[in-house]
Ligand binder design. Structure first.
Ligand code: 13P
Ligand code: SF4
Length: 310
């Protein structure tokens, strides 16, 4: 295929031609972040998808995020530059096994983290993200038992914050489980002035050392307002692009993966490139589709989330 020399210009032309909006997550490559019309965490992206007037949504993120946009916009074309951009957390919760788990706890309310497939959303009562999980669980009457799926680390964090006992699905994110407590403590010894900031998908031994825990948007806000001049960042390092842009005088140190590999980078997020984004817009595919039954069932718990979070 013919790839234009200036992809930024070509993508901007296609945006106008298609009346398209590019929504991007903070873990995307810096180039993609720079050309996005809106950049956000999972909640911000779902909100933006719910209110856009564009005809086409180009989703620079992973499959479950684009799926959420499609659930909210059945009549719009939702493009994902690479359909293989999945999520280990969503994969860790297969619909058949989850249906059985749910049947074993039939009196429980099901709260699912947005990092799951449309099929899992369709089996859930309320969706949450890392920025509203605590707030949503607190709104459930004390006597109602709750299943929390699929992330056990966010689930444990919510249990601690709310004092509630949740039945956890044992899923996890390969990226956030790669951080080692030992390496982070070592980094802190080398950079004693740095604050440790972490995403709640990290494991408890890492979270224990964190000065601040939050969603990607919350971490960005904290980095701006904290008086610290240095931060050890325990989440996907794509976010450091915005941290550096917002705070040119502060220092951001990515927490390394266990083997000093690049495994702190999300391999699924990395599948999207500027070139694939251009081709998706030019070819109007790959497109997100799903059965109308699943879509309608998945819409309700997403709408509940939007109503329950301020
Ligand atoms: P948030 O941006 O909502 O914090 O989610 C992080 C994440 O892992 C997305 O895959
Ligand atoms: Fe999924 Fe983890 Fe990648 Fe987020 S960082 S998309 S939770 S695998």
């Amino acid at each position: 295929a013919d790839i234009p020399d200036d992809l930024f210009e070509a993508i901007n032309d296609l945006k106008r031609e298609l009346n398209a909006v590019v929504l991007a997550h903070y873990y995307q490559d810096p180039d993609i972040q720079d050309l996005a019309d809106y950049l956000g965490d999972s909640l911000g992206l779902a909100r933006k998808a719910a209110e856009t007037n564009a005809d086409v949504i180009v989703f620079a993120g992973v499959h479950f995020m684009a799926e959420t946009a499609k659930i909210l916009n059945p009549d719009k074309l939702v493009l994902l530059p690479d359909l293989n951009a999945g999520c280990s957390l969503a994969d860790s919760c297969p619909p058949d096994a989850f249906a059985k788990f749910k049947a074993e706890h039939s009196d429980h309310i099901v709260i699912s983290y947005i990092n799951c497939t449309a099929e899992i959303k369709a089996m859930s009562d309320i969706i949450c993200t890392s920025s509203n999980a605590v707030q949503i669980v607190k709104q459930i009457p004390e006597d109602r038992p709750i299943i929390f799926a699929p992330d056990r680390n966010l689930g444990r964090y919510v249990m601690e914050q709310t004092g509630r006992d949740l039945v956890l699905w044992q899923g996890s994110c390969i990226v956030h489980e790669t951080f080692s407590e030992k390496k982070i403590v070592q980094l802190k010894i080398e950079n004693p002035e740095a604050e440790i900031i972490a995403h709640p998908e990290c494991e408890p031994p890492v979270l224990r050392h964190a000065n601040y825990i939050g969603s990607t948007t919350a971490l960005l806000k904290y980095a701006k307002t904290s008086s610290s001049q240095a931060f050890i960042v325990a989440t996907e390092p794509g976010i450091i692009h915005q941290m550096e842009k917002n705070n040119p005088d502060k220092r951001f140190i990515p927490a390394p993966g266990t083997n000093n590999c690049n495994c702190n980078e999300c391999p699924f997020m990395r599948l999207n490139t500027l070139e694939k984004l251009y081709l998706a817009m030019k070819n109007r595919q790959p497109e997100i589709t799903m059965s109308e039954d699943v879509r309608v069932a998945a819409l309700q718990p997403i709408q509940r989330m939007l109503e329950m979070s301020v």
